[in-house]
Write a protein that binds this ligand. Structure first.
Ligand code: 13P
Length: 247
């Protein structure tokens, strides 16, 4: 059976001191020995967390990547630069990037392509806003977001991870019910099956207020292959509990 993947998204949190304590606590707690575990850290801390996680089984992730290869793109980091630091996963199209930085479906697809070309697994984030859910547009929105990535990445599509993150559940303490989450995951799996024979081996993660209390139930669903965890990933005991629920 495929191992589940639990990825922490630290967002814009952390410091040299806090990161050191957090990663050491995760290692002491056995993270990376059972299910797949990754931490997606702010770019300035890639080198620090690369050395803290070396040999532990915890994989290193980034939170964004440039859609360009190299050149005059002030403030951006390329996929080759991320690779230099041993980055294994990179979030692309997180709703906070789509919302605050105007990232379009096409830009997200191009970022996924750059990551794949550098040997980095893009974690493609999709999800509807509350208004879209209330208007009955959930399926249409997530399918459109994933279709752009499938269209641009062709036969490489089996190398991506998909994360379903309903925007209304992010950082709000409101989690999608297991039924709501599983329903959307099933839609995404069907879409992947139409694109690749390897869809059943791929990971579709749930994100949006996943915590120590609700993880086991979410992770018991047929098409929920792991979690993308925000707030709870900053608390070692909570993140370790989520990891325990995944193995
Ligand atoms: P929370 O777990 O804090 O809701 O964040 C989810 C998320 O956005 C992970 O990428």
């Amino acid at each position: 059976m495929k191992k589940k993947l639990i990825a922490g998204n630290w967002k814009m949190n952390g410091s040299l001191t806090a990161n050191d304590a957090l990663v050491r606590a995760l290692v002491t707690g056995g993270a990376g020995k059972g299910c797949l575990v990754a931490v997606c850290v702010p770019a300035p801390y890639l080198a620090q967390v690369q050395s803290l996680t070396a040999g532990t089984g915890i994989d290193l992730g980034a939170q964004d990547v440039s859609q360009h290869e190299v050149g005059a793109f002030t403030g951006e980091a390329s996929s080759a630069m991320l690779r230099d630091f041993g980055v294994r996963y990179c979030l692309v199209g997180h709703s906070e990037r789509r919302q605050y930085h105007g990232e379009t479906d096409a830009a997200v697809a191009a970022k996924a392509q750059r990551a794949l070309a550098a040997g980095i697994t893009p974690v493609v984030c999709v999800g509807e806003t509350l208004a879209e859910r209330e208007a009955g547009l959930t399926e249409e929105v997530v399918k459109r977001q994933l279709a752009a990535v499938i269209h641009t990445n062709g036969h490489c599509i089996s190398e991506i991870v998909v994360a379903y993150e309903p925007v209304w559940a992010i950082g709000t303490g409101k989690t999608a019910s297991t039924e709501q989450a599983q329903q959307v995951h099933a839609v995404l799996r069907t879409q992947l099956r139409a694109a690749t024979p390897h869809a059943d081996k791929m990971h579709i993660l749930y994100g949006g207020s996943m915590n120590a209390a609700n993880a086991a139930q979410l992770l018991s669903q047929a098409d929920i292959d792991g979690g993308l965890v925000g707030g709870a990933a900053l608390k070692p005991a909570d993140f370790l509990a989520i990891i325990a629920a995944a193995q």
